[in-house]
Ligand binder design. Structure first.
Ligand code: GUN
Length: 294
């Protein structure tokens, strides 16, 4: 049976470190980190995410603002709100919950966030730094996965890593990071997707298989090499007739029998994502303090 990679426990440890650093800032009379989360519209899943981000801030003693805009808001209104937050000195991180309604251009909205407050790491400037091998804000889910691998002492150096999925939020930045000359990198990385020919063969090459394809139980036992590490980024709500609860992009029951280590869903990658958002917000605050001292 595979080792369970416990994201809840790992996230708890990292949050403990973040809280200690924030408490230290308070006792040193330094500014506390502040995060603004913008939600446009009323998608119920996004509401849940946004609320949990606010709660996480509160627990760590961070400052947080939740800004809700109606689904019919214009792109100009969203960008105007971001401009105000860009110049709000209480705020070090700005996150616009995605997806945005169809009538709003996501690229223009993301590009209006000050790169210094882009704690999601989605602004082209920060993507550029990452690809150039000098990451500043690492997107939260990839960052969480790197931290999980580190916590379980799973080295990536020299390994065959296959990333299944090419989204801007997960697959693309993660595949870049893993190939960098860095402690968490030095891997031989293959990025593949739903249109890749011979996917099962490609996946079976992996020493570490990272799945972010957004399809329920897509990866089955026949796609996994014996002894591989499997990281499941997916989360899908199951209907009552499917047994309720949630499942991932990996068919956990069959794959855990062949993997050496695997993340469960829920309780694997999920708890790490918000934690790394908190980490990035703390980092943005520390960078702001350092700039002010210059
Ligand atoms: N929607 C789902 N995941 C994310 C994320 O990591 N960042 C943002 N901004 N929106 C999301």
């Amino acid at each position: 049976m595979a080792t369970l990679i416990d994201g809840k426990q790992t996230a708890k440890q990292i949050r403990g470190d973040i809280k200690r650093k924030i408490d230290e800032r308070k006792s040193d009379d330094l500014q506390i980190p502040g995060l603004a989360v913008i939600l446009v519209g009323d998608d119920p899943a996004s509401e849940v995410y946004v609320n949990s981000k606010g709660k996480a801030c509160e627990k760590l003693g961070m400052f947080s603002l939740n800004r809700r805009l109606a689904a019919a808001s214009t792109e100009t209104e969203v960008i105007e709100l971001i401009r105000n937050l860009n110049s709000d000195s209480r705020i070090h991180g700005i996150l616009v919950q995605l997806p945005l309604p169809d009538h709003i251009n996501t690229d223009r909205v993301i590009q209006s966030i000050s790169p210094e407050k882009d704690v999601d790491g989605l602004h082209p400037f920060n993507i550029g730094l990452l690809v150039a091998g000098k990451p500043r804000f690492i997107p939260c889910t990839p960052y969480g996965i790197l931290k999980l691998l580190a916590a379980y002492e799973i080295s990536t150096a020299g390994k065959e890593v296959v990333v299944l999925g090419r989204s801007n939020l997960v697959g693309r930045p993660l595949s870049n990071l893993l190939s960098l000359k860095a402690d968490y990198g030095n891997a031989t990385v293959t990025i593949c997707h739903s249109r890749s020919r011979g996917l099962p063969d490609i996946c079976r090459r992996a020493d570490i298989l990272i799945v972010a394809i957004g399809k329920k139980r897509f990866v089955t036992r026949d796609m996994v090499k014996s002894g591989a590490v499997v990281i499941d980024v997916g989360i899908h709500r199951l209907a009552e007739e499917e047994g309720g609860g949630v499942c991932g992009d990996v068919d956990f029951e069959s794959v855990e029998k062949i993997a050496s280590a695997i993340t469960p869903v829920p309780g694997g990658v999920g708890p790490m994502t918000i934690t790394m958002l908190m980490q990035n917000t703390l980092q943005a605050c520390e960078l702001a303090t350092a700039r002010a001292k210059k």
